[in-house]
Write a protein that binds this ligand. Structure first.
Ligand SMILES: Nc1nc2c(ncn2[C@@H]2O[C@H](COP(=O)(O)OP(=O)(O)OP(=O)(O)O)[C@@H](O)[C@H]2O)c(=O)[nH]1
Ligand SMILES: [Mg+2]
Length: 295
């Protein structure tokens, strides 16, 4: 199955959830009841109040401007407004660059690194993985497996090593070898949350001191968590600043509407979406494609 059919299938639950709530609305005359029902339906699709209010206001203004009288004619406009809202306006990455992957445990950080390493490798970039999750021995084993599978270099140390030291050595090594892309894995769980944030801040500081090129902090979020995703964005963004979101496990949930809430509340672009466990099941996020798929 190709990625687009996978994305389509991956988003099927989200699409069905939204479609089942709104499709019957787009009939008949456009009036205040229509907007109210649409607002309610979208909010109950995990899109978040702010995003929905903006979408409704935008639709009203379009309807006025274009003299739209029938609800049906507004459906395509809804798709356009959604695509516009999700549009990524951040600058393209320049190389060399170092990307740090953060997120609570089990969301799919290590898997995302494997998939993204593969993507870069296929583009002809030289990639280095850095096993910054030293909390569990299995973590660096898992990343090592990916490095072998994809065929890229990895810097790793034994369990319990200071992750800052691993990152430091990773950077030194990447500079010596002239790598284009450095992908840093981090722990998702430590003794407690404040330990985790302290550790991430330390890693972030070492990176900003030692790596003078481009950096990005990508927060990996499991789409099945729904609204809880927002508090994860809040916490990690406050600790180290988040430049992009990777939304995984869209294949297993109807809660894909959360991308609107994240974009609207934090103005952080969605960079990648994951729709499965295979090496090709993660792709750059495309706002147009996403909006087409759910409307
Ligand atoms: N269905 C599905 N499963 C995924 C996706 N991404 C990751 N997974 C699975 O989720 C599980 C956890 O993935 P990891 O990459 O180990 O997550 P992590 O964030 O590194 O976890 P910790 O290192 O424990 O913090 C694995 O079984 C992955 O195969 C996805 O997009 N869809
Ligand atoms: Mg991991």
């Amino acid at each position: 199955m190709g990625f687009f059919s996978k994305l389509f299938n991956g988003l099927k639950k989200t699409k069905d959830a939204i479609a089942s709530k709104i499709s019957y609305l787009f009939k008949g005359e456009l009036n205040e009841d229509f907007y109210e029902e649409l607002e309610f339906a979208l909010i109950s699709s995990d899109m978040g109040v702010k995003a929905v209010e903006e979408i409704i206001a935008e639709l009203k203004s379009i309807a006025k401007k274009k003299h739209i009288k029938q609800a049906e004619e507004l459906k395509q406009e809804l798709r356009n407004v959604m695509a516009e809202m999700l549009k990524d306006e951040s600058k393209d990455l320049e190389y060399p660059c170092l990307i740090t992957f953060v997120g609570v445990n089990g969301v799919g950080k290590t898997t995302a690194i494997g998939k993204i390493a593969n993507m870069y490798k296929n583009q002809g970039k030289s990639v280095l993985m850095v096993a910054g999750d030293t909390f569990r021995a299995a973590a660096s084993d898992q990343l090592t497996e990916w490095s072998k599978r994809v065929g890229v270099r990895i810097v790793k140390y034994s369990e319990g090593t200071d992750p800052g030291a691993v990152v430091f050595d990773g950077i030194t090594s990447a500079k010596a070898k002239g790598n284009d892309v450095v992908l840093v894995d981090t722990a998702g769980r430590l003794q407690n949350k404040s330990n985790l944030m302290d550790e991430l801040k330390k890693i972030d500081k070492i990176i900003s001191n030692k790596w003078e090129y481009n950096t990005r902090n990508y927060l990996v979020i499991d789409a099945t968590t729904g609204q809880n995703a927002l508090s994860q964005v809040e916490i990690f963004n406050q600790a180290i600043g988040i430049d992009g979101i990777i939304l995984t496990k869209l294949d297993g949930t109807s809660k894909g509407g959360i991308v609107f809430a994240i974009k609207k509340e934090y103005n952080i672009p969605i960079k990648y979406v994951g729709v499965g466990e295979g090496v090709d099941d993660l792709q750059p996020f495309d706002a147009e494609e996403f909006a087409n798929n759910i409307i």
